[in-house]
Design a protein around this ligand. Structure first.
Ligand code: ZN
Length: 97
């Protein structure tokens, strides 16, 4: 048995499962973002926490959707470039015959 260095509860791992989960979120969203979320949620009264959780989730979804849109625009541009190149090559080949 170990003592989790974060929550100080007994664990069979060096860090307990709950704290490992928190560490996992930090690796995905960055430590700063996790602290920002916790600060903004935990500093509110309990009845307001639900609304804040919902708004944080919405914010996260909005960011992800914006990223998807950005990728879509990039893909569309690339698609257009490729079509143009193919068309130019086709016209060039046509002139040769
Ligand atoms: Zn722990």
């Amino acid at each position: 048995m170990f003592c989790c260095p974060l929550c100080e509860e007994y664990t069979i791992y060096s860090v307990c499962n709950d704290c490992r989960k928190i560490r996992h979120y930090m690796s995905i969203y960055s430590k700063g973002r996790i602290i920002e979320i916790l600060d903004s949620i935990l500093s509110r009264t309990e009845d307001k926490q639900d609304n804040k959780v919902k708004s944080e989730i919405k914010k996260e979804i909005r960011t992800k959707m914006e990223n998807i849109d950005a990728h879509k625009t990039e893909r569309d541009k690339l698609d257009e470039e490729i079509r143009k190149e193919i068309k130019e090559k086709f016209n060039k080949d046509k002139k040769m015959y």
